[in-house]
Design a binder for this molecule. Structure first.
Ligand code: COA
Length: 329
């Protein structure tokens, strides 16, 4: 039985509608100059009410399956990393139906902007134990639904999208090392919280009725956390992989902010030409950002078979993690 893992195909999808910084200046008091110098973001894609996470995720998933050279019927497991499902019970099963992945078991996984890396490691466990052979991992989010469009500290940052990869059992194990972390004591720095008020069913028995409220964030603390913890966790994953920093071909971080990307690369001594970035075009697409950047780099012919990639996700929870892998079989 093959117990190694290979990442054999990728895909991505973004909504057609672009919201550039200039348009944002009509919504909040900000400027293109402020947003680009603090974040590196120029524009982001926004889902219209007729679009959905399931549609974006299905499109990305289809591409990844085709790129891997298999069919939806071959998929054993579909993992959807998202914090913004179309249905709070989960959206993975809708995607399974849309894809026609009849034998796959499907479920959602929530780890905010770390979702893709957490999903990658979760998928790998099922393959390494010999339980499943073909896993479709999708990272997707529509944070535009949950942004306060009057809050200039957050509405400038986020965008919508989905990215996907297929992981398959393989003779050689291409997942070389990983490390995952959580720290709930810092949970209050980044939230999309439920708020409700009591509704009396009968004397003494109340239930809560409400909804989720827009994203709240302490930008400075999240920035500090990312710049400190991401290099540490990449170092841990590299140590586990028995790989040195100069052996890395590409660094693909969660695309939160160009300043975070630059600071992490600098701390790790990774030269700029190895850092993959598309944050200028899409903003922070949460669980989608890593597979979206990965897929673009594969499509552009930058990433070649057996290139060594260091990836790291970080965000709400707080959660963070890194994985070191080689592209392809
Ligand atoms: N346009 C113009 N001014 C803005 C603004 C905007 N969009 N947003 C905030 N400001 C103002 C603030 O009100 C503040 O003004 P004041 O000094 O008069 O109070 C000033 O700019 C500086 O605000 P501050 O919050 O200190 O900015 P910052 O340098 O920390 O940059 C972030 C803000 C959000 C770009 C930065 O903190 C960051 O990148 N944090 C990480 C966020 C992140 O990546 N989150 C997701 C992780 S998954």
């Amino acid at each position: 039985m093959l117990k190694g893992i290979a990442i054999t195909g990728s895909g991505s999808a973004v909504p057609a509608t672009t919201l550039d910084n200039q348009l944002l200046t009509q919504l909040v008091e900000t400027s293109d100059e402020w947003i680009t110098t603090r974040t590196g973001i120029s524009q982001r894609r926004i889902s219209l009410p007729t679009e959905s996470l399931s549609i974006l995720a299905t499109t990305a998933g289809k591409q990844a399956i085709a790129a891997a050279g298999i069919t939806a019927a071959d998929i054993d497991l579909i993992l959807l990393a998202t914090s913004t499902p179309d249905d709070l019970f989960g959206s993975a099963c809708r995607i399974q139906a849309e894809l026609g992945a009849t034998k796959a078991v499907a479920f959602d996984l929530t780890a905010a902007c770390s979702g893709f890396v957490f999903g990658l490691v979760t998928a790998a466990q099922y393959i390494r134990t010999g339980v499943y052979q073909n896993v479709l991992l999708i990272g997707g989010d529509i944070l535009s639904r949950w942004v306060d469009w009057q809050d200039r500290r957050t509405c400038i940052l986020f965008g919508d999208g989905a990215g996907a990869v297929v992981l398959q059992s393989n003779e050689s194990d291409r997942l070389l090392g990983f490390s995952l972390k959580s720290d709930g004591t810092q949970n209050h720095y980044l939230n999309l919280p439920y708020h409700g008020s009591a509704q009396e069913l009968s004397p003494g028995i109340n239930v809560t009725k409400g909804t989720y409220h827009p994203i709240t964030m302490n930008g400075k603390e999240v920035y500090r956390f990312a710049v400190q913890k991401v290099p540490e966790v990449i170092d841990k994953a590299l140590f586990q992989a028995n790989i040195t920093i100069d052996q890395i071909d590409w660094l693909i971080l969660h695309q939160a902010n160009q300043r975070i990307l630059n600071a992490v690369a600098e701390r790790l001594n990774i030269p700029e030409h190895k850092v993959i970035s598309n944050v200028a075009n899409y903003g922070n697409t949460s669980a989608a950002s890593i597979p979206l950047a990965l897929n673009e780099a594969v499509q552009q012919g930058k990433i070649k078979p057996h290139d060594i990639i260091a990836t790291s996700g970080f965000g709400a929870g707080l959660t963070w993690g890194a994985a070191i892998f080689q592209w392809g079989r």
